[in-house]
Every structure is written in C-alpha cells, then in structure tokens.
Write a protein that binds this ligand. Structure first.
Ligand code: SAH
Ligand code: DHB
Ligand code: MG
Length: 246
C-alpha cells in the first residue's frame, strides 16, 4: 500500500498540476503540435478507442510520435521492431515513416490490449504493414530470427526486462540499426536508486539503470539519452546505434 502511494506520488510529481512546471510543459507541447503537426484523425481515433477500451493513458505523446516517425525516415528504415504495442499509437507513428513495402513487427503481452491495437492499426489503414504478435516478448522474440535484421527497434514494454530486450535487439540488428528505448528518465527517478517507481512497475527503475550499465559497457553500441518534458510529464528516450558486427 505504501509502495502504491509512493508510486502515485511520483506520478503526480512527474506530470500533473502538483508539478508547477507541468502546465507550462503541456501548453508548450500543445503549441508545438498546433504549429508543426497537421490534424491527425487516425491518431486521434486510436487514442479515443484506446481510452474507451480502458487502456492506461501511457502511449507516447503526439509530439514524440512525430519524432519517432522522423527517426524512421532519417534512418531510412524498411523493417521496424516494436516491443510494447498497447493500443498501437506509437505503432501507427512508426509505421507512417516506412516507405512502400516496409514492415513493422510489434509485440504485446496483453491479448486485450492487442485486440484494441488491431482495430486501431486497421482503422489507420496499416493492417498490411503491421504484424502484431501476442505474448510476453521474451517468448515471441526468439521467433523473429527469420524477420531480422531490423533497421530500427523501439523498446517500450516492461522496464524490468530492458537489458534482455537490448540483448535480443542486438541479435536482431545489423551494423547501423537504431535502437530507441522509452522511459529512461522517469521524472528523474533513475538517479535516486531507492526512489519510488514512476511507471507503476515494481523494479522498473532498477531495470532502466541496468540498461544504462549495459549501454556503457557494450562496445557494439554508441548511445546517449535525452530528457523529455511535455504533455506526458518528464521522462526520456535512449538512442543506441549499432556500430559493429553483431
Ligand atoms: N508503445 C506504446 C505504449 C506501450 S506501454 C505507445 O507509445 O503507444 C507498455 C506496453 O508493454 C503495455 O501495453 C504492456 O501490456 C506491454 N508489456 C508489458 N510487459 C510486456 C511483455 N513482457 N511483453 C510484451 N509486452 C509487454
Ligand atoms: C508509463 C509510461 C510509459 O511510457 C510506459 O511505457 C509505461 C508506463 C507510465 O507512465 O506509467
Ligand atoms: Mg513508454
């Protein structure tokens, strides 16, 4: 109970009006989206349907989705792997960056979430591009050897398994693959090794800290992380470029 209360407090501090900076971050995010992102019925529909189905509101923000789309294009990615589909919101943004003939494989543990995602992906006209595989990622990843190498990989499933996901990502990569991990800051929780868990996941902070250790020790990756603020509070993305034969 105390752990839950602490987690709730961390979430409040991270992204609600309890954080005096949040209103400004949200207003600025809205301004950026109004200026730079066109009206987006497909993405709005996906969020609305996810909400109506009771999915947690933990998708990337619109602004971050656009960043993912741009990274796909900058990378010239044809094949994308995503871990953690939820309602398919980030999936839709990533898939939009693909050229004709591109392919995205997305992994989701929850059959209920996957069902919602399937509807959203189809409604966005991406059913032919996206392959959704249901089950814990550690079970579905070993089945992907035939689909590899991927050009871009987005890690956004449970944070406790991030290092295992990074190991699998390296196996499924080529030199030049870009690996992106969401939630690598957690409102600063990652620098307080005994702090509360910001993502409602016990052990999440330790999982992300192990990812940093792995990134710092992994000679095949050149990596950094950027802190992000906005509509979804304060968190961050890690970017790792595969620089050597894997
Ligand atoms: N990428 C999504 C958000 C993902 S939220 C977006 O931005 O739109 C994290 C997701 O990871 C949840 O849907 C959760 O069910 C899923 N997940 C948690 N543990 C998992 C596991 N072991 N394997 C695959 N997916 C998992
Ligand atoms: C939360 C946010 C995320 O981006 C995620 O992948 C999982 C959980 C959260 O805020 O609880
Ligand atoms: Mg996330």
């Amino acid at each position: 109970m105390i752990a839950r209360a602490r987690a709730l407090l961390a979430r409040l501090l991270g992204r609600s009006s309890a954080n005096p900076a949040q209103a400004g971050w949200s207003a600025t995010d809205r301004y950026i989206c109004e200026q730079l992102l066109s009206r987006d019925p497909a993405a709005d529909l996906a969020l609305g349907a996810s909400d109506a189905a009771g999915l947690p509101p933990i998708a990337v923000s619109a602004n971050q989705g656009k960043l993912l789309e741009l990274l796909v294009r900058i990378q010239g990615a044809h094949r994308i792997l995503e871990l953690g589909t939820l309602g398919g919101y980030s999936t839709i943004w990533l898939a939009r960056g693909l050229p004709a003939g591109g392919k995205l494989v997305t992994l989701e543990a929850s059959p209920e979430f996957a069902e919602v995602a399937r509807g959203n992906i189809a409604a966005a006209g991406l059913a032919e591009v996206v392959e959704l595989r249901v089950g814990p990622a550690l079970q579905t990843l070993p089945e992907l050897a035939g689909e590899a190498p991927f050009d871009l990989i987005f890690l956004d499933a449970d944070k406790v398994n991030y290092t295992s996901y990074m190991e699998w990502s390296l196996k499924l990569s080529r030199p030049g693959t870009l690996i992106i991990a969401d939630n690598v800051v957690g409102a600063g929780a990652i620098v307080e090794s005994h702090g509360p868990d910001p993502w409602g996941e016990v052990g999440g902070v330790q999982g992300v800290r192990r990812l940093y250790e792995m990134l710092s020790a992994e000679p095949r990756l050149s990596a950094t992380a950027i802190q992000t603020v906005g509509e979804k509070g304060y968190d961050g993305f890690a970017l790792g470029l595969v620089t050597a034969e894997v």
